[in-house]
Design a protein around this ligand. Structure first.
Ligand SMILES: Nc1ccn([C@H]2C[C@H](O)[C@@H](COP(=O)(O)O)O2)c(=O)n1
Ligand SMILES: [Zn+2]
Length: 160
């Protein structure tokens, strides 16, 4: 008889997003993303990090300071990296699994890429302007938003 306690597709893809986040060098917030098509095939993954060829030993990881001296000016977000890592595969009607709610810049890229659903784990900055703008854009663009809720699964895996 087959086993029945296997993980769901959602748990599997969010698990991959969580594992991707562990590649991030960001000392404060590690974010991972996984994009999947309607046949449950993984199209791409990504995590937040400095652009290719730009040393993450040289660029700043600080949160505070002048624009040029903080990470925010340089870091590529996990969602954008996942979109750019898709290597020409169509992302039309795909689903994005991401460990942190997308910012407004990523929301624009998500919409333009044709992603139709965003499953997120944590809404870390719910009151931030970037989050409010994202929610507004997702609503207008008819993107489905779903919060992923399954703390037991992740504490079992010690991934989160
Ligand atoms: N949806 C998101 C949100 C944030 N990030 C990245 C950008 C930074 O590397 C980090 C946030 O840093 P914090 O302000 O929390 O110190 O996470 C992302 O990739 N995707
Ligand atoms: Zn973003």
């Amino acid at each position: 008889m087959k086993r029945h306690d296997y993980i769901t597709w959602e748990e599997y893809f969010m698990g991959i997003a969580l594992l991707s986040a562990r590649r991030s060098k960001d000392p404060n917030t590690q974010v991972g993303a996984c994009i999947v098509n309607k046949d449950n095939i993984i199209l791409s993954t990504g995590y937040n990090g400095m652009p290719k060829g730009c040393s993450d030993d040289v660029l700043p990881w600080e949160r505070d300071g002048s624009f040029q001296d903080t990470k925010y000016a340089y870091v590529c977000h996990a969602e954008l990296n996942a979109i750019l890592n898709s290597d020409g595969r169509s992302l039309a009607d795909s689903i994005l699994y991401v460990t942190c709610f997308p910012c407004n810049e990523c929301a624009k890229a998500i919409i333009q890429a044709g992603i139709k659903k965003v499953v997120y784990l944590e809404d870390k900055y719910p009151d931030a302007d970037a989050t409010q703008v994202s929610r507004r854009l997702f609503k207008m663009a008819d993107i489905t938003l779903k919060e992923f809720l399954n703390p037991t699964f992740y504490s079992d895996l010690s991934l989160y």
